[in-house]
Design a protein around this ligand. Structure first.
Ligand SMILES: CCC1=C(C)/C(=C/C2=NC(=C\c3[nH]c(/C=C4\NC(=O)[C@H](C)[C@H]4CC)c(C)c3CCC(=O)O)/C(CCC(=O)O)=C2C)NC1=O
Length: 169
């Protein structure tokens, strides 16, 4: 598992090079955005359960067929599994946000996930929509805390979305 700094060190060490202009720029941007990323993590931490619950409600309002008898989130067990998955996405996205690096998502979340979903009939499209809804809610809350720019929140959620959907289509 890597973060923005260890990943940069690894790349430069492989080439046996000192940090150049590009490396310095990316280190600067990582440290300058640090406070905002930690602040977002704190907001997520104190609202995680509510965020997951709200995202689930929004998703099932938009796509009620998911919780009908033919839907994959039908039955209490599968409904709970679905919300648990949303909780995983939120928690791991928070780690990636703080790390400034998506490595943790590859390593802990995405590996083998598509195959598992396919074999259980968990639909990718609605899952991806759920991830995007979580992103929207987190951005609303981060904006509500006074952050002028919430674009840094997008990366882990968009990464999960891209990796999950691209490979399945
Ligand atoms: C930390 C990394 C990690 C992830 C991401 C993860 C996902 C994950 N979700 C699963 C199941 C599931 N996932 C869902 C999710 C959904 N169904 C829907 O219709 C919705 C679109 C969606 C919620 C948004 C459901 C319903 C199941 C249970 C499927 C079944 O057992 O039939 C399973 C199969 C095993 C189990 O039921 O626990 C895994 C491994 N597990 C992990 O360890």
């Amino acid at each position: 598992m890597r973060d923005a700094v260890t990943s940069l060190i690894k790349n430069y060490d492989v080439a046996g090079r000192y940090f150049d202009r590009n490396a310095i720029d990316s280190l600067k941007s990582y440290f300058e955005s640090g406070t905002a990323r930690v602040q977002a993590a704190a907001i997520i931490n104190s609202n995680a359960a509510a965020i997951v619950k709200a995202a689930g409600s929004r998703l099932f309002d938009e796509q009620p067929e998911l919780i009908r008898p033919s839907g994959n989130a039908y039955t209490t067990r599968r409904y709970a599994a679905c919300l648990r998955d949303l909780d995983y996405y939120l928690r791991y996205a928070t780690y990636a946000l703080v790390a400034g690096n998506m490595d943790v998502l590859n390593e802990r979340v995405l590996q083998g996930l598509r195959e598992t979903y396919n074999s259980l009939g968990v639909p990718i499209g609605p899952t991806v929509r759920g991830i995007q809804i979580i992103k929207e809610i987190v951005k609303e809350q981060v904006a509500g805390s006074g952050a002028a720019d919430t674009s840094f929140v997008d990366e882990p959620f968009d990464y999960l979305t891209r990796e999950l959907s691209e490979k399945d289509i």
